[in-house]
Structures are given as C-alpha cells and as structure tokens.
Design a protein around this ligand. Structure first.
Ligand code: FAD
Length: 171
C-alpha cells in the first residue's frame, strides 16, 4: 500500500501490486493494524542502568541478556516481531540461560498469523525475500477452491503458497 486518504465514499487507498501499475481503490473503512510499541516507559529501567532505544526497545543478546548482564528482557520490549509466541520462546531461552544451559535465540522460521477471515498465516521466507537474496526458488500456489477437504467444510476461500528450494525440485 502506498497511501490512503478520506474520500467522499469512505477511504481511497493507493495500492502498488508487485510488478504492476499503481491503482486507486475505494473502501468503506480501513482497519489499521500497525503501530504497536513496547510499554517500557515509567518502569524505572534507568535506575537499573538500562536505556531503551528511541522506539522504547531494549537491546538483548542471543540469550536475551540486556546491557546489565543479570537483567534479561523478553517479549515486546526485546524487539520485533511483536508476537506472543516469540515472547514465550524468548522466556524459555532466558530461563535456560539463567540456569547455565548453552542456549541461544536463533530462529530461522517464525510463524505469524493474521486473524482475519480467511485467516492469513505465514512461516519462513517470502517470495520477495527469497528473490532479494538471489535464491533459486520454485513457487507453487494451490487454491482451497480445488481442495476437497476445504470444500467439505465450506471454507473454499484462499490458497496455499509454497516457496521451495529450486535446487531440490523434483517436478
Ligand atoms: C490488539 C492486539 C492483538 C494482538 N494479536 C496478536 C496475535 O494475534 N498473535 C500474536 O502472536 N500476538 C498478538 N499480539 C501481540 C502480543 O499480545 C504481544 O506480542 C505479547 O503479549 C507480548 O508479550 P509481553 O510479555 O512482552 O507483554 P505483555 O503480554 O503485555 O505482558 C506484560 C505484562 O506486564 C504487566 N506490567 C506492565 N507494567 C508493569 C509494571 N510496572 N509492574 C508489573 N507488571 C507490569 C502487564 O500488565 C502485562 O501483564 C497482539 C497485541 C495486541 C495489542
């Protein structure tokens, strides 16, 4: 999305599809789902010798240790992505590190879900990210409308998109 502004009908949104020309569309409402920030003000972090960055995040190492070595930070305050399961994973890593275990937060593929209807779920690299890395990829798309299971539960909207390693392709 390039931008949006109020219009006589509602909201005029300017979209730029990958490789396609810019286009304007009219919508009744726009739901904004960005802009979450860490709630790190007024915690007295400075009294513990800690300083957040300009956006309120604390820098942490692979064990989620802050600049003050006996203070660990997990969850939203430890940075993107601001997701519940990311915070839980970091909590486990931090607890194990405190217990002296050799662990590190080293996530290759972080799932993300957008609870719309139909839901949107992603994991791993996007096609655009893979292309930016110049990887040899194969892309497959399969519509739910052609999936028997999806049809049997009347959930035929949407699709599955797979981005695979082209060097291992067997088709
Ligand atoms: C509207 C909304 C929708 C979301 N949807 C999703 C989703 O679909 N999937 C997903 O993965 N994530 C989602 N998230 C993000 C997810 O909720 C957060 O990433 C996650 O809760 C962060 O965990 P946290 O432990 O860092 O913070 P929190 O879960 O906010 O926990 C911090 C806790 O600290 C407490 N606290 C704050 N200040 C103090 C204080 N001074 N003293 C003591 N306690 C204090 C708070 O009360 C709170 O209980 C959503 C967030 C929002 C706001």
């Amino acid at each position: 999305m390039k931008g949006c502004k109020k219009s006589a009908q509602g909201i005029e949104v300017t979209l730029v599809p990958p490789g396609g020309p810019e286009a304007k569309h009219e919508f009744e409402v726009a739901l904004v789902t960005i802009g979450r920030t860490p709630n790190s003000e007024n915690l007295g972090l400075e009294k513990a010798g800690l300083k957040t960055d300009s956006k309120g995040f604390l820098a942490v190492d692979a064990q989620r240790r802050t600049a003050v070595p006996h203070v660990y930070a997990i969850g939203d305050i430890a940075g993107q992505p601001l997701l519940a399961h990311k915070g839980s994973k970091e909590g486990i890593i931090a607890a194990e590190a405190m217990a002296g275990m050799k662990v590190a937060y080293d996530v290759v593929a972080m799932p993300a879900v957008i609870f719309t209807d139909p839901e949107i779920a992603t994991v791993g690299m996007t096609e655009a990210e893979a292309k930016a890395k110049d990887l040899d990829i194969r892309v497959g798309i399969f519509p739910f409308a052609a999936n028997g299971r999806a049809l049997s539960v009347s959930e035929s909207d949407g699709f599955v998109k797979m981005i695979g390693d082209g060097r291992r392709a067997v088709y």
